[in-house]
Design a protein around this ligand. Sequence first.
Ligand SMILES: *Cc1c(COP(=O)(O)O)cnc(C)c1O
Length: 238
Amino acid sequence: MNRSGANAQSASITHSEAPARLAGIQSAIEQACRDANRAREAVTLIAVSKTFGAEEIWPVIAAGQRVFGENRVQESQAKWPELRARQAGLELHLIGPLQSNKAADAVALFDVIHTVDRPKIAYALAEEMSRQGRRLPVFIQVNTGAEPQKAGVLPEAADAFIAECREKAGLDVCGLMCIPPAEDVPAPHFALLAEIARRNDLPDLSMGMSADFEVAIHQGATHVRVGSALFGSRPRPA
Ligand SMILES: *Cc1c(COP(=O)(O)O)cnc(C)c1O
C-alpha cells in the first residue's frame, strides 16, 4: 500500500494512500464480520487519530471516514474544531483517561466517551451533560487484566459500578470498553467484557485495536479502535 515499499505501519499516512489504507481496514472488518456471521453494520470503525495533526487526518476524512477517536482533550481541542468546520457529520469519541476538571471540555467537544471508570468522573460528566444540555452515550472501561497501572473498574466491581452510573448518576451507559494487557492473548479479555455486558443488558462493546480487531469482532465488538494500521506508526508515544 505504501509507495515507498515499506510496511504500511512504518510511515504516517499521505493523501494518496488514505483511500487504500481505509479500504484495506474496511475489507478486513467485512471479512471478520462474515467469518463471525455478523452484520457489517453491527461494527463501527473508530479511526484513532491521536498524535496526528489535522493535515494527516484530513485525507482520511476525505476518503470517507467519519468516526474518529482521540485520547487527550486538549490535543483534540487544538485540531477538531478546524476539521469539523471543513466537514459536517463527524463523530468524535474520547478513548483516553479523563480527569474531572476536563469534564466540561470533554462534554462540549466529544460525542461519545469510552472511559468512565470511577464515581467522581461519572458524576462530573452527568453534571456537565445536564448543564450543557448534551446527553452523550458513555462506555464504562473495565480493567479486564486487573493491571495496577491501567484505568478501568475491576471486573468484580463492574456490575455495581454500572448500576451506579445508570441509576445514581443517570448516565446513558451504552456499553463497555477494555484494553487487554499487551502481553496476553486478547480473546479471553474480550470474552470477559462481552459476558459482563450481557449480564448487564449493555448492547455495545468497544474492544479491538490494530493488532486484534478481527479477534474482537469474533467476540462481539461493536466498536473497534484502529490507529496505527490506518495512520501509520505514531510519531511519539501517546
Ligand atoms: C491508541 C489507542 C488505540 C489504537 O491503537 P493502535 O494499536 O494504534 O490501533 C485504541 N484504543 C486506545 C484506548 C488507544 O489509546
